[in-house]
Every structure is written in C-alpha cells, then in structure tokens.
Design a protein around this ligand. Structure first.
Ligand code: ZN
Ligand code: ZN
Ligand code: FE
Length: 762
C-alpha cells in the first residue's frame, strides 16, 4: 500500500486545551506516523500512512477535538513520505507571525473536582489542582506559545510524579502547563498566622463565620469575602469600601444552594454551571423568605450569583454557606492582583488575608450576564471570556481602540479577530489608567500585534481618550476619533457578523455620549454602516442643568423634563419635594438662561426623570440605579401607555425625527398627582416608549428602504424595554441585531471604535 504524508496547520484555540495529546492518541489509533507540535500560529502536524487512515484522521480531527478546543481553520499540504515509524510530540517552536488564540481561564472540571474530594488521591484538597481541560490560562500567561516557562508557573519545578504526568501523552495532565501538586506546586497561607494549607483554610472559614472580611487571592485577582447572611459584616464592608448600595455578588456552593435566596430557571442554571462561570443576575427572593442579608443588594430585585470556579473556592464553600465575593479594590479602582499590593492597599478593607504564591499576570474581574429571550446577554465580559476574540465577517487592519470612560474595555483587531480586553474599570483614577496600559501591552505581546492606528471616543475629557492621544504621540500612529453612538451600533453590527456592505437602522439608547454638536446624546436613531452615519432621529433636546453631574440626581433630571414640558413644579410631585426651594431656584435660573446647562437627548436621563417622578428614586449611588428599579417595578398586566409625539425637521432622505416628551411628562405627572401607583407609571412609560420606537423604525424604513434594525447602548440592558422593542419590531418583519457576545453598555464600545477606525486606514 502506498504511503502518503501531509503537513497540517490548525488554527484557532488549540493551545493549552489538550490538542496535541488528542492528536497523538488519534494518530496512534489510526496507525499513523509523524509528529505534532505548537508554534505561535497554532498547532502543526505531519502525518504519514495509508490514504484511508489519513482521511479518517481529517474527519476525526474536527469531530472529536477536546472540549476546550475551537478550530477556526485547517490547512493541509502534501509532501513526500519519509518513512517515519512512530508518532511523536515535538517541542514548541516560536514564530514571529502569531495567529493562535489564548484560552480564557476555565473553571475546575468534573474529573479534577472528583480528585479534589477523594481522600485516596495525592491531590486530595489541594487548592491548585488542574488538568488539560481546566484551570488558569489567560491570567497566568505572559507570552505565547503557551508553555510553562511563559506562564507564572515557571517558578515551580515539577516533582517526579507531576513530571511523569506531564510527559505522558496518555495522561489527562499531559502538557497541562499549570500542573502541580502539594509537593511541588503553589500553596496557600493565612497572612500573619502560622497557618498554611488545610489549617489556613479552616482559619479563614472560621473568621468568615465570625463576620470578618477576608481578602482571598483567587484566579484573576483578589476578592473581598464575607458571610452572606451576616448584616454586621456587610455593613462593615459597605462602610469600608465606600459603597452605599451597589449590589454585591454572592458565591454559592451549587445551584441547589442558590434556591433559598434566588429563583433559577433551567437556562440560568446552565449559564451558572458553564465553564466561564459568570455572575448571573437572578431574581432575588425577598426577605423574610431569603436567609441572606438585605444589605447585599438593597432595594434591588436582582442578585448576582456565581458558583465556585477554582478548587480554592470549592474548598471555601464546602460548608454550604454562601459568601459575598466582591472585587478586592476600593470602589472605582482596579482589582488587586499581587500579595504585596493587597497587604498594602486592602489593609483598610480586610481583616485577614488568604494568600497564595501563584502569581497572577493579567488581572481579570468576574464576568456578569443575564438572560434575555432564551440566551445569554453579557453585561460585563471578562474572566472566562477574555481574550477569546469576536470573529469578524472581514479581515481588517490592526487597530487598538481605547474604549469608553466607564466600564472600560479596549479592543485589538488582528485579521478577522477582534480581541476584546478583560474589564478594565471606570477610568476615574491613575490606577485604572495604569491597568489599561499594562493590559494593552499584554494583549499586544500575546498576539504580536502591531497596531497601524489608534481609536478613541470623541469626548475630549475621557481619560481613555487622553491615553490614546498619548499613545498616538509616542508611537506616531494616527488617532481616529469615533462618535460614541456610532461605535455602539458598529459593535452590535460586528458581533452579528455584518460585513458593512449594507446600512442599518441603528437605535442606540444610553446615558451619555458626546455628540458631534457638543450636546449630550443618548436617545439616537442612526442610519449607519461602518464607514459613516447619519443622525436620523433622537429624543428632543432638553436642557440639563449641571450637565453630566445631574447623573447622580434623577430628581434634577425630572425637574428639567417637567420644565421643558411646561408642567408646574408642584410640591406634591416627588422630585419637587426632594429638592430644596434654594436648589430649585438655581435649577430654574439655569434652565431659563441656559447657563451651565447642556442640551441632552439622553435616554438614560429620561428614565431617571420618570423614576424620580414616579417616586421610585431621587438620588442614585451607582450608575443606572434608578432606571433598573423602574424596570423591575413595572406592572406586567397593563397595555396602557403614555404618548410620545414625533415631529420632523427636513424632508425625505434627510428627515430628522424628534421624539417629543412633553405629552408623556404631562400624562405621567397627572398620574402621580392622581395617586396612580408607581408600577403602573413604570409600565405605561415602558409601553409608550417601545411603541414610539417601533413607529420611528417604521418611518425610517419607509424613508430609507432599510429593514435591519441594530439595538445597542446601556439602556438595552433593560430586558423589559429590549423585549418590548424586539417584539414590536418583529411584528413588522424587521431583521434585528442585538448583543450576545459583547455588552450593550460601554463595555462593548471599543469593538465598534476599532471596526470604524480600521475602515479609515488606507
Ligand atoms: Zn481538570
Ligand atoms: Zn508535584
Ligand atoms: Fe454608551
């Protein structure tokens, strides 16, 4: 029988996922000779043997690939047979052109979990157990190819037992780069005590039960942990962190242990147990039914819950008591990753420190998702997802986009991949800026990416914009400024695989974005593609006294909207009652003179105004708090709605539609004075807004002939509004693009910036 030989190159996420041992076993099974190895393009294979065995190999390669592998492309090339007798795994080669993907971190797998709790196993209760199918990846990887010396595990020399597993192609820890055991690997200790290992764990658990706050070094950074049923501990945590009532996430041992305090649907259970292990927003059970402290998510109908994702978490949660697990930082600062920094910066926050000596190279906060229409809607895309790329419909030049000011992530494009960074945070301080710089350097190193341009928002005072300006100056690269809402729409187009050859009707609703006219935009209808956009409609401008600083005071937004609608500031209206006569005098003067007022079309502020008017909330302590509460409150059983009028400027293709809010405000204020309950006001507002949006889309379709509607912006985290808009548009046969891969909020903005900028490079 003639022998054939072929060289294959496999691209995609094929390193650190057990791909080489899989190829080895497959080749052995089919009696093929040759070799397999990693380089920075992915995995290269040479196989030699009978033609039908080669064919079987090709089929099985994609069909039977290991669970974490994601094959994007396989190229093959014939070559003369060399008469090899055996199949081997060869050493990694470093290449200059990198086209391989880095695996995100993966939660503890079932096999390792079994071993963790098996007293006969040599890794019994070892907090760093992992294998080819699980464990740290992105957070410990310094450079590619993904090999132990390139990770923070380089500091640990494997013991003979671990080395034997690592070298044995048939072992499930073959080439598992973070492979370790109690003899040779990292260990834990409770700082300032003699306790290590099991004793440290016990001591930490004891302190948690006693109501102490324990800083726990995890996978992508430190958490601050405390008992989830301990009011005093939570009060202390809130006071120390300076966090008034922004919700905390809770880690529960398993889905069963969530049931007492939150409702879990089948789909939510699936998201909770997937290998990314995100925080999932669940419907909270109210006190007195819930055993958890009310202080975890006060006044919030939802609670963010996640399951253990590292062996250390499994051990910490073993007693079944849920723990509050919040990022180890002061509000607004990036997550702390190393021991020294933790001991210094977290000292005012934590009573104890559960440390370990496996370094974290890349900080990575927990991801957050919620369910919409039977699938995942990302709210924060970070650990477990980053740096897995968003696949683009076309290959683009390499661009680095700096992202937004709040919920910052950045984006690096390479070919048809858009690498979205982990969550960097709110760009409010030097620490976040330093974190952005380090993370951008890390991603560039990993993918050997040399940007040809930089992109940023148009807002002149964004810290991320200033960062991009400095980068551009240092590198001499061009800097492209992208309008905020255009970037949002481009992001949702890109993640839905649009190649940009057709325009869409983009509906972008958010809190704040810098408009081309200097106004604060945020209730926008754009006719857009990647190259350009035309503003075809927006919420009618209302002057916002104090500009963006009004974000913290929904009552001020309400006063502005009432004033604009010609509604008297009756003291029986909650936002009027919530402001002093002196404050109102100043606001009125600002509204009348325009002094210190910025015109806005922000949908976020309209939600704030309605929340305040309905008496739901007058001042907020975290972003979108009022809107979230208004959403949760809305009555499901009414189809009554408030009117939104539409006026036009211009004609035909250039028509600009304005959604007027005066009638809406008048009707809502009348309801408030007539003691209509807030849940009805909330429902009538959502219903009216959704209906107006559908009408607007119909008008834009009639004008332009376009049938695709793209929905983006932070307001579309509101699944009530999102569902109503989606359902309304579907009835009229629109094709819809919504977010499923990156967040609709500013955490997804960099994707759009990058795509738009990449088109401007010639
Ligand atoms: Zn495992
Ligand atoms: Zn070992
Ligand atoms: Fe935005």
């Amino acid at each position: 029988m003639p022998r054939m030989r072929q060289r294959l190159v496999v691209r995609g996420m094929v390193q650190g996922v057990g791909f080489r041992p899989f190829v080895y076993t497959l080749a052995a099974r089919l009696g093929l000779a040759g070799f397999v190895g990693n380089d920075s393009s992915g995995v290269f294979i040479e196989i030699e043997g009978a033609p039908d065995a080669l064919a079987a190999f090709h089929t099985a390669l994609c069909r039977e690939a290991p669970p974490l592998a994601q094959i994007e492309a396989v190229t093959r090339q014939g070559m003369p047979a060399r008469g090899d007798q055996h199949f081997a795994i060869v050493h990694s080669e470093t290449h200059s052109a990198a086209h391989t993907l880095v695996s995100p971190d993966v939660c503890l797998c079932a096999d390792c979990r079994r071993e963790l709790f098996d007293p006969a196993n040599r890794r019994y209760r070892y907090p760093f157990i992992n294998c080819t199918n699980c464990g740290p990846r992105f957070t410990i990887t310094r450079a590619l190819p993904y090999d132990r010396p390139q990770t923070t595990m380089a500091a640990f020399a494997m013991c003979p037992a671990c080395q034997a597993e690592y070298d044995n192609p048939l072992d499930r820890r073959f080439h598992a780069q973070p492979n370790a055991c109690p003899v040779c690997g990292p260990h834990i200790w409770l700082h300032g005590t003699p306790h290590t290992g099991a004793a440290a764990l016990l001591a930490a658990q004891e302190r948690l039960r006693a109501g102490q706050i324990v800083a726990v070094k995890g996978l992508g950074g430190f958490h601050l942990a405390c008992a989830a049923d301990h009011d005093v501990a939570l009060e202390t945590l809130r006071a120390r962190k300076g966090r008034v009532d922004k919700p905390f996430a809770v880690m529960a041992r398993d889905v069963e242990h969530i049931q007492p305090f939150a409702e879990v649907t089948a789909l939510e259970a699936q998201l909770l147990t997937n290998r990314q292990r995100p925080i999932v927003l669940l419907k909270k059970r109210a006190a007195p039914q819930s055993p958890l402290s009310e202080l975890i998510a006060p006044g919030n109908p939802y609670i963010g819950v996640l399951l253990p994702y590292t062996p250390l978490h499994e051990l910490l949660l073993e007693d079944g008591a849920p723990l509050v697990m919040t990022s180890g930082n002061f509000s607004g600062e990036p997550i702390v990753i190393d021991n020294e920094a933790a001991l210094e910066r977290l000292a005012p926050l934590a009573d104890a420190f559960l440390l370990h000596n496996r370094d974290i190279h890349a900080p990575c906060d927990d991801s957050v998702v919620r369910v919409f229409a039977g699938a995942e809607l990302p709210l924060r895309r970070s650990r477990g997802y980053a740096p897995f790329p968003v696949k683009l419909a076309l290959s683009v030049p390499t661009v680095l986009a700096a992202g937004a000011e709040l919920k910052n992530t950045f984006c690096l494009t390479q070919g048809d991949h858009a690498f979205m960074s982990q969550h960097i945070g709110d760009m409010e301080n030097l620490e976040t800026l330093v974190a952005l710089t380090a993370a951008a350097q890390h991603l560039r190193t990993l993918f050997h990416a040399e940007p040809r341009a930089l992109a940023c928002d148009m807002h002149p005072r964004y810290l991320a914009t200033r960062w991009a300006e400095a980068e551009a100056q240092n590198s001499g690269l061009p800097l492209l400024r992208v309008q905020h809402h255009h970037a949002h729409i481009a992001a949702v187009m890109a993640e839905n695989g649009l190649d940009g050859s057709e325009k869409v009707i983009g509906l972008c609703f958010d809190g704040t974005g810098y408009g081309t006219d200097g106004a604060i935009w945020g209730g926008e209808a754009l006719i857009a593609d990647y190259d350009d956009f035309r503003r075809a409609g927006h919420l009618a401008y209302v002057p916002l006294p104090g500009g963006d600083s009004t974000i913290k005071s929904p009552c001020r937004a309400a006063l502005a909207y009432l004033w604009a609608a010609g509604v008297d500031w009756d003291e029986k209206l909650p936002p009027v009652a919530a402001t002093s006569a002196a404050e109102r005098r100043i606001i009125r003067r600002q509204l009348e003179t325009g002094f210190n007022s910025v015109p806005t079309s922000s949908m976020g502020r309209l939600f704030d105004a309605l929340a305040a008017l309905a008496g739901v909330r007058q001042r907020v302590t975290y972003e979108a708090q009022a809107a979230l509460e208004l959403e949760a409150l809305a009555d499901d059983n009414t189809d009554e709605s408030y009117p939104l009028d539409m006026t036009t400027i211009g004609a035909n293709d250039g028509t600009l539609y304005l959604l007027e809010t005066a009638a809406l405000l008048r009707a809502a204020a009348a309801d408030v004075l007539a003691d209509v309950p807030a849940r009805m006001i909330a429902a009538k507002f959502h219903n009216g807004l959704a209906a107006a949006v559908v009408t607007l889309a119909l008008r834009l379709r009639a004008d332009t002939g376009l049938t695709q509607v793209a929905l983006s912006g932070g307001v579309f985290q509101n699944v009530r509004l999102l569902s109503q808009v989606v359902n309304g548009l579907r009835k009229h046969d629109f094709a819809l693009l919504t977010h499923r891969k990156v967040p609709p909020n500013d955490g997804g903005l960099a994707l759009g910036q990058a795509i738009i900028a990449s088109r401007k490079i010639v």
